[in-house]
Design a protein around this ligand. Structure first.
Ligand code: FPP
Length: 229
C-alpha cells in the first residue's frame, strides 16, 4: 500500500508564462488553468486524496493590473455558476478560504451559494484559497479570539485552529508548486509546517494526470519524522 497524502495544497503558478510563450494575452493562461483544475480534482479522487486546496488569488495578487484582477474574479464567478451543480452531483464539498468580504459582491454571493449547496457532501473536500494570505489568516484568527473574549490561558495549538478560515482543514501533507519557483508565497502558513514540498517546472495549464501521479509517487517515497527520530 502506497502512502497517500490526506491534504494536498497546490500553488498553481505559470499561467501568465504559458500564455506569453504562445503569444497569447496573460488572461488566456488563467482560462486554460481551469482545465488543469478540473484534471486535478478528478485525479485527487482517483488517488483517494481527501482534501485538495488550490491557491487561486493571494492577498498580494491585488498588485497585478486591475484588468487582470477583474478578469480573474469574473472567471471564478462564471466557472462557479456553471459548474457548482456538477461539483455537487459528484459529492464534492467546496469551501473558500480567505478574506472573502473584500471580493466583489457578486462573487461573494456565488461563493456562499456554492458552499451552501455542497455543505452536506462527503466526498472530496475542495477548497479554493481566494484573497488568501497566511499571515492575514493568523491575524484574522487573533482578532476573532479577542472578539470572542476567548480565555487566553486555554489557548493552544489545537484549539487555535477553530479560528482559522476553514477550521476543518487538516495540516497539509504535500504542497505542489508548478512553474519552477520554489517558495511558499504566504500559502497555508499555519497548516504547512510539516508539509512535504514537490516542485515541478511544468506550467500550471500543462499540469496533467501524469504530473499528479509523479507528485504522489514522490510523496510515497518521502520519510516523514515530524521532528522525531
Ligand atoms: C498563477 O499564475 C495563477 C493565478 C494567480 C490564478 C490561478 C487561478 C485560477 C486557475 C482560477 C481558479 C478558479 C476558481 C473557480 C476559483 P501567474 O499568473 O502567476 O503566472 P506567471 O507566474 O507565469 O505570470
Amino acid at each position: 500500500m502506497k502512502k497517500i497524502p490526506e491534504h494536498v495544497a497546490i500553488i498553481m503558478d505559470g499561467n501568465g508564462r504559458w500564455a506569453e510563450a504562445k503569444g497569447l494575452p496573460r488572461v488566456s493562461g488563467h482560462k486554460e488553468g481551469l482545465s488543469a483544475v478540473r484534471r486535478v480534482v478528478k485525479a485527487a479522487k482517483v488517488y483517494g486524496v481527501r482534501y485538495l486546496t488550490l491557491y487561486s488569488f493571494s492577498t498580494e495578487n491585488w498588485k497585478r493590473p486591475p484588468d487582470e484582477v477583474k478578469f480573474l474574479f469574473m472567471l471564478m464567478e462564471s466557472t462557479l455558476t456553471k459548474e457548482m451543480e456538477d461539483l455537487h452531483s459528484r459529492n464534492i464539498r467546496v469551501r473558500f478560504a480567505g478574506k472573502l468580504d473584500k471580493l466583489p459582491e457578486k462573487l461573494q454571493q456565488i461563493i456562499a451559494d456554492t458552499e451552501k449547496l455542497t455543505e452536506e457532501n462527503s466526498g472530496l473536500n475542495l477548497t479554493f484559497a481566494v484573497n488568501y494570505g497566511g499571515r492575514q489568516e493568523i491575524i484574522d484568527a487573533i482578532k476573532k479570539i479577542i472578539k470572542a473574549r476567548y480565555p487566553i490561558k486555554h489557548l493552544d495549538q489545537d484549539n487555535f485552529r477553530q479560528f482559522l478560515y476553514c477550521p476543518q482543514l487538516p495540516d497539509v501533507d504535500l504542497v505542489i508548486r508548478t512553474a519552477g519557483e520554489q517558495r511558499l508565497s504566504n500559502f497555508l502558513v499555519w497548516q504547512s509546517i510539516y508539509a512535504e514540498f514537490y516542485f515541478t517546472r511544468t506550467l500550471w495549464p500543462d499540469f496533467s494526470e501524469k504530473d499528479f501521479k509523479m507528485a504522489m509517487d514522490e510523496f510515497s517515497r518521502r520519510k516523514r519524522r515530524f521532528g522525531g527520530l
